[in-house]
Design a protein around this ligand. Structure first.
Ligand code: K1U
Ligand code: ZN
Length: 177
């Protein structure tokens, strides 16, 4: 297993449309293991393959909740290959989202609170389920990555530009230090 580099804005690879996964082989399992290690190390609760530079329709999520009595999060690693949204509720819910590719920036995004999703697992088996709550929010955020969309694209141009400027400034200051 290996920790891979997470691409950050404005890397143009984050704007690529990822391609369907067609081969369910050992290479795919290695990529998924690396993605979990990278996500836990960051730390984050989700990661799409394109965030580590692999343009395939694949993402991982672990909300790591609820906490155990000793305060350690319970691991619940989920893998979604070739995910699709079949239906979504009309009701949107706001969530203060972050993104490992948009470092240290958070903003409220409205998304449907209930989706019916279809995806494949690492063996290619198809699953279909209604998903709600934080998992629905996170899955939609990660699925956006597969289409080259970032959470900042859901904001006004003014808010998006402010976030991008803050990141560029922070990077400049880090380089000067
Ligand atoms: O970069 C990503 O796509 C991961 C992103 C997922 C996400 C967060 C919030 C709403 C929707 C999707 C993150 O994990 S950002 C970091 C984060 O939220 C977090 C980090 C440590 C503990 C708990 C949360
Ligand atoms: Zn993200």
């Amino acid at each position: 297993m290996a920790i891979r580099t997470i691409l950050e804005v404005p890397d143009p690879r984050l704007r690529e449309i990822s391609k369907p996964v067609e081969t369910f082989d050992k290479g795919l399992k290695t990529l998924v293991a690396d993605m979990f290690e990278t996500m836990y190390d960051a730390p984050g609760i989700g990661l799409a393959a394109i965030q580590v530079g692999v343009p395939q329709r694949l993402l991982v999520i672990d909300l790591q909740e609820p906490l155990e009595e000793d305060g350690e999060p319970v691991k619940n690693p989920l893998v979604f290959v070739n995910p699709e949204i079949l239906e979504h509720s009309d009701q949107d819910v706001p969530y203060n989202e972050g993104c490992l590719s948009v470092p240290d920036q958070y903003a409220e995004v409205d998304r449907p609170d209930r989706i019916k999703a279809r995806w494949q697992d690492l063996d290619g088996k198809v699953h279909e389920e209604v998903i709600t709550g934080m998992l629905a929010t996170c899955l939609q955020h990660e699925m956006d990555h597969l289409n080259g969309v970032l959470f900042i694209d859901h904001l006004s141009r003014l808010k998006r530009d402010m976030i991008l400027k803050k990141i560029a400034k922070a990077r400049k200051e880090l380089q000067a230090a």
